[in-house]
Design a binder for this molecule. Structure first.
Ligand SMILES: NC(=O)c1ccc[n+]([C@@H]2O[C@H](COP(=O)([O-])OP(=O)(O)OC[C@H]3O[C@@H](n4cnc5c(N)ncnc54)[C@H](O)[C@@H]3O)[C@@H](O)[C@H]2O)c1
Length: 383
């Protein structure tokens, strides 16, 4: 890119260094500064990038007029405060998932970004994952038929977070993927969870989701499992898919299903089982994070809406709030509901591009969602 976006990364714990590494390699970005409260972490990352400015004080980042965009990879409880400060200083912001600790905070960020005409983008990395995109294409093409059910396991031993439950840590991945694949938000959720190790901090959760289309999904999340599982099964009316993110063949399409034959007598169903070929599509070997950060920079320069949009970020937060309501009612089935009144205003006019006067104005998030729905009533088309 001829005019790279001058960026700073805040938060250099587990995840931040991955952002730094990808940004340093990206032609669309120029890494200007890094920031962490922890001097040792700052020094460790800084040693690898000697030309990059380092600071323990976020105020230095906010005050630095050379910096156009700030990437926030700090704990969730700090996202809103740091995000707002960056936006109010006129900088674009990328905020690691989940966008904020509540819908109210997420809307505050959206509204501030709209007023300041800057881009705000949540970091839903899996929306850029080649296997996830391959499955999306299969869904859009109707290869799987109607989605009947989806079940997902995202479990490992750790990492226990200190400020959020396993739901707020891991569910953003599954919820953003499901939103992308199905193009709809669940109407109802129910969930049970248990805090096995740290009191009051659930480390295992089982979540059920119901969709208006009739699809149902189950998401299993845990920091307390003997080995790493990242496995999702999608059962369609025509074909089925197993997506295993830890496998060399991450997507396998099963030409399998069950066909009811004409009942011979009333109430008696005779079924035909089909177990045909298993196909393993070729998947691009690209790091999703690199694609995501390129999308961030391109969206800033060209005024387009990133795939991981503020609308997706808010839907994910809203769903996690619904999960928390279900947990508070001992696993009760709760309605997800709608975004609060006034949310449309906060979402209007996002992705205002700067540095690219020729760029056509980006569609509002709502308009983009509407045009997606027109392409396919059930599955969001590839955008
Ligand atoms: N996209 C993904 O796949 C992915 C994966 C892991 C984590 N994450 C997200 O990244 C974020 C960070 O997670 P983590 O596991 O790296 O956390 P972490 O606790 O390992 O690191 C957070 C870092 O932020 C620093 N920090 C906190 N407040 C600060 C402030 N005010 N100014 C400067 N530095 C500050 C801390 O010193 C620490 O080094 C979370 O939102 C998490 O959900 C995303």
């Amino acid at each position: 890119m001829r005019n790279p976006v001058r960026v700073a990364v805040v938060g250099l714990g587990y995840w931040g260094p991955n952002l730094v590494r990808n940004l340093a390699e990206l032609d669309a970005a120029e890494l200007v500064a890094i920031c962490d409260l922890d001097r040792d972490r700052l020094a460790a990352v800084g040693r690898r990038y000697p030309a990059v400015r380092t600071t323990t004080d976020f105020e230095d980042i906010v005050a630095d007029t050379e910096i156009e965009a700030v990437l926030v990879a700090t704990p969730v409880s700090t996202h809103t405060e740091l995000g707002l400060a960056a936006i109010e200083s006129g900088k674009h912001v990328f905020i690691e998932k989940p966008l904020a600790s509540s819908t109210a905070e997420g809307l505050k960020l959206a509204e501030a970004a709209r007023k300041a005409s800057v881009l705000i983008m949540p970091g839903h990395t899996f929306l850029y994952s080649p296997p996830v995109r391959t499955i999306h294409k299969l869904l859009v093409a109707g290869e799987l038929g109607d989605v009947l059910s989806i079940s997902s396991s995202r479990v490992n031993l750790g990492l226990h977070q200190t400020d959020v439950s396993v739901v707020w840590d891991l569910a953003p991945h599954d919820f953003s993927i499901l939103q992308f694949w199905l193009g709809e938000t669940p109407t109802h959720v129910s969930a049970i969870a248990r805090a096995c190790i740290v009191p009051s901090l659930p480390d295992v959760a089982f979540i059920n989701l119901e969709y208006e289309s009739g699809a149902i999904a189950h998401v299993e999340l845990s920091w307390l499992a003997p080995s790493k599982l990242r496995r999702t099964t999608i059962v369609g009316s025509k074909k089925m898919v197993v997506y295993d993110d830890t496998s060399n063949e991450p997507v396998r399409v099963f030409d399998s299903g069950v066909m009811p034959r004409e009942p011979s007598t009333f109430g008696e169903y005779r079924l035909t089982y089909r177990a045909g070929d298993i196909l393993s599509p070729a998947i691009d070997a690209v790091e999703p994070l690199s694609l995501q950060l390129r999308d961030f920079c391109t969206s800033i320069r060209e005024g387009t809406t990133p795939r991981s949009s503020i609308a997706v970020g808010l839907e994910v937060v809203r769903l996690m709030e619904a999960v928390d309501r279900s947990l508070a009612s001992n696993g009760g089935r709760v309605a997800v509901g709608r975004l609060p009144i006034g949310a449309d205003d906060a979402l209007k006019g996002h992705s205002v591009g700067v540095g690219s006067p020729a760029a056509a104005p980006a569609p509002g998030v709502g308009e983009r969602a509407a045009s997606r729905r027109q392409k396919s009533p059930r599955v969001a088309a590839e955008s």
